[in-house]
Ligand binder design. Structure first.
Ligand code: NAG
Ligand code: NAG
Ligand code: NAG
Ligand code: NAG
Length: 446
């Protein structure tokens, strides 16, 4: 192939150029005198020259991309919807060099990176943005001298000292993520070190896609690392992860168990700020199995329900008073006999308008150390009763670890959320459920 095109190109240039003929005539004569073996040699040389010229040009062009404003442009276009396939094609690691270069990798501020957005979106982002810029909140020492406080466990003491600190600045934000009409926003609670869980979720149920015209987007919710070593080793890695995928929201509060409620209220505030066009939200943990087709089927049949809030709801749950339990709550913190109905935080669905109302409701309450119970308290303020549905298994399977259902793909196929699967198990189960699985009896839960 190369030989043919090269050959004909050379010859034709000799034949068809009328002026400055002398040199060309010389070439022509030379060409005629050559044996075919000589011609092949010349041809090879010319081809090599073209090839080297091509390589040089490419290198020069590449060099341009990683300098100055061109870099920012490139980063912006990477954020457009079509770029996911682009990243997949090139592989994330081709982006590595640019990110780790100390100066040029400086992230442009999200609020200013709207150059290419339509005008009205720019306006909206300017008027509505995350308005907390300083995390200036000191411990409340008002009750430290009281007797009941002295008797509390250290974690509760810490919770109480900082309970009034309601809002923190964002370290990683994606205002653009919620622009336009989104049918389902999947938000996943995660912590900084769990890169592998996020990775497998992106490849399985968290994959951003459009199903029958319904846009689905995914975001991960994170706080700051609770220890310095972790901060040093993982924060930059997290920023790189976000540079590749653009799906991380991070706030500057310590990512601890009792601060999960902060994650809840921060997400609700973020959602109320940036997401006017989102129809439904799935919110869950990063160690669950989720079936997106089942979610959509469920939402379709529930489309008339106002204030939709569905999940693994427990009614009349009693606060746990055993001190060695993860969910132990001292009487001093909650003295009623029952919690309001609430859905297990492992995975639940709510509609966008309700999420905005929940944010307003959360403002009227003191923070409670258990995030899903807190959300139940907010629902109670709104007088909305959450819907219990069998396809959400956020508590059930934990109790019965030996159950065959735990590893039965036909069971998973009929569910919306199942707790709990770690990355390799999740991947394996995902493949099984999405294979040509034949289920003798269809588990009918929808
Ligand atoms: C933090 O808050 C205290 C009182 O609440 C105030 O005196 C101080 O100036 C604030 N510091 C900053 C940096 O905002
Ligand atoms: C501590 O108590 C004082 C006086 O009762 C009150 O004004 C203040 O708001 C309290 N501080 C906090 C952080 O609640
Ligand atoms: C929650 O985060 C804040 C801010 O980082 C921190 O001061 C507080 O101690 C944390 N609370 C708990 C209970 O971990
Ligand atoms: C329960 O707590 C509330 C507020 O914390 C208090 O007003 C009430 O007296 C307490 N009730 C009992 C029975 O301790």
């Amino acid at each position: 192939m190369t030989r043919v095109s090269c050959n004909s190109g050379f010859v034709s240039s000799v034949n068809h150029s009328p002026p400055s003929l002398r040199r060309q005539a010389f070439c022509y004569i030379l060409w005629k005198m050559m044996t075919s073996r000589d011609r092949w040699r010349v041809c090879k040389r010319v081809c090599l020259m073209f090839f080297l010229a091509g390589v040089t040009l490419t290198i020069v062009q590449r060099g341009n991309i990683s300098t100055g404003p061109q870099f920012q442009l490139d980063r912006q276009t990477r954020k457009e919807p079509s770029d996911e396939t682009d990243v997949q094609k090139r592989g994330p690691y081709t982006l590595a060099n640019r990110f780790w270069k100390p100066m040029k990798a400086k992230k442009p501020k999200q609020e200013t990176s709207t150059v290419e957005e339509p005008h009205h979106v720019t306006q909206e982002l300017i008027t509505k943005s995350w308005d907390i810029t300083s995390a200036n909140c000191s411990a409340n020492l008002n009750f430290t001298s009281t007797e009941w406080f002295a008797g509390l466990e250290p974690t509760f003491k810490q919770f109480l000292l900082y309970r009034h600190c309601r809002f923190f600045p964002m370290t990683i934000n994606h205002p653009e993520k919620c622009s336009g009409d989104i049918y389902l926003l999947m938000v996943v609670k995660s912590i900084i070190t769990q890169h592998d869980r996020r990775e497998v979720i992106r490849k399985t149920w968290g994959k951003e896609q459009v199903i029958d015209g319904r846009k689905i987007k995914t975001l991960f919710l994170l706080g700051a690392s609770s220890n310095e070593a972790e901060k040093a080793n993982h924060q930059k890695l997290l920023e790189y992860e976000d540079y590749i995928y653009g799906d991380i929201l991070q706030w500057d509060f310590m990512d601890s168990f009792f601060n999960l409620t902060l994650k809840e209220t921060h997400f609700l505030k973020w959602f109320s700020t940036y997401c006017p066009g989102v129809r439904y939200i799935f919110k869950g943990d990063d160690d669950v199995f989720v079936s997106v087709p089942n979610i959509i089927e469920y939402l379709e049949i529930s489309s008339d329900v106002k204030n939709l809030f569905a999940g693994d709801v427990i009614f009349k749950a009693k606060p746990i008073r055993k001190k060695d339990n993860k969910y132990y709550i001292p009487q001093a913190l909650y003295n009623k006999t029952h919690y309001p109905p609430y859905a297990g935080g492992g995975g639940f669905l709510m509609d966008g308008p309700l999420a905005r109302k929940l944010y307003s409701a959360s403002e009227t309450l003191e923070l409670y150390p258990i995030d899903d119970v807190f959300l139940g308290m907010c629902l109670e303020v709104l007088q909305v009763t959450p819907i219990r549905h069998n396809a959400f298994k956020t508590f059930g399977l934990m109790r019965n670890k030996k159950s065959k259902l735990n590893r039965e793909p036909c069971f998973f196929r009929g569910m919306i959320v199942v707790h709990k699967l770690l990355p390799p198990e999740l991947m394996a189960m995902w493949k099984l459920v999405n294979s040509n699985l034949v289920c003798s009896q269809k588990v009918q839960l929808l």
